[in-house]
Design a protein around this ligand. Structure first.
Ligand code: AMP
Ligand code: MG
Length: 316
């Protein structure tokens, strides 16, 4: 057990990280769990604290473009075009790895995922760290990603050194991961930036169909993810959800008999649904819900990322 300090000071959190500590911090997507990229012993502790499979690479968080050359061997022109348009923001670019970046960060791959977060508190923290910060989501492996600091504390309290306290995260789903080492570029994980937005920025973007999405090039997508303790069942419409005291319903359309469920959450739109999903998964667990009926959404825009998270949460 280690003592987990809570702080609102990005400077204090950065000092802990520079000393080899593990620091959870908010971003505009979900909370991340970071260490200094160039202290392999510290990076190893990320995997231990999360019980994360060793073959799942970490996304490296940067505060300045100049840091790219510390972790990547080169920047393909298409990646440069994407980062000019979407950074800072929830877009992760897969680039050729720099030989000096410790292999544990990329789980032995010769590519590295990099992103520059947009949230001001994150940017202050990363600037104070003054080193690239590899950080997966700050949850125990397999659990829903944390969208507030309380969820980080529930999963990782006593296992990490510090939590930088911010508010609830804005997007609620993770960054979009795009492989820029292949031509045309390919979406490895749908996320907060939509495929439509990417296609408006570059001519050709490949998106593997769902069944083939478990490409070995994004090892993390192979593992079970985002699951609450409750069983998640996907429904097309609220009428397909089975009422019951231990049953919850989450979706865009309202069920006709809300009182027959233990909990009902009707979301105003896709943005609200994505913002709330992981938070509600955890709320359902806290309330002792046994089965969550979650409505799938049209697979366009943010709906693609939302359906991806729903499918993975429902996979047994
Ligand atoms: P998370 O664990 O939530 O931070 O998710 C990180 C995601 O980014 C996982 O799906 C990883 O497989 C993916 N990822 C990170 N680095 C790479 C890389 N070098 N190549 C392919 N996918 C990566
Ligand atoms: Mg994760």
């Amino acid at each position: 057990m280690v003592t987990t300090t809570l702080t609102k000071s990005p400077g204090e959190a950065a000092v802990t990280l520079r000393k080899g500590g593990l620091v959870a911090f908010p971003t505009e997507t979900v909370y991340g769990l970071g260490a200094d990229a160039f202290q392999p012993t510290a990076v190893r502790r990320i995997f231990e604290a999360k019980a994360r499979p060793a073959d799942n690479p970490l996304i490296v968080h940067l505060h300045a473009r100049a840091q790219i050359e510390l972790v990547a061997a080169r920047l393909p022109p298409v990646a440069e075009r994407l980062l000019e348009q979407f950074w800072p923001g929830p877009l992760t670019l897969i680039l050729p790895k720099h030989p000096d970046l410790p292999g544990i960060v990329t789980a032995g791959l010769d590519t590295v995922g990099v992103r520059m977060p947009r949230l001001v508190l994150t940017r202050r923290f990363l600037k104070a760290c003054d080193t690239p910060v590899p950080a997966p989501s700050a949850n125990r492996s397999g659990r829903p990603s944390p969208t507030n600091w309380e969820a980080v504390e529930a999963d990782l309290g006593g296992r990490i050194d510090c939590i930088l306290k911010g508010g609830r995260t804005e997007a609620g789903v993770e960054s979009t991961v795009v492989d820029c080492t292949v031509s045309p570029i390919e979406v490895l994980r749908p996320g907060a930036i939509s495929v439509e937005d990417l296609r408006a920025a570059v001519d050709t973007v490949q998106v593997p169909v769902a069944d083939q999405a478990d490409t070995p090039r994004s090892p993390g997508t192979r593992h079970r993810h985002y699951a609450p303790a409750a069983e998640v069942r996907l429904v097309d419409a609220p009428a397909d959800a089975m009422p019951g005291a231990g049953h919850a319903y989450i979706g865009l359309d309202a069920p006709s008999t809300p009182d027959a469920f233990g909990a009902v959450y009707v979301e105003a739109d896709l943005v609200a649904y994505a913002h709330d999903l992981f938070y509600l998964f955890r709320a359902c667990d806290d309330a002792g819900i046994e089965v969550i009926f979650a409505q799938t959404v049209p697979s366009a825009g943010l709906g693609r990322a939302l359906n991806d998270r729903l499918r993975r949460a429902a996979a047994r």
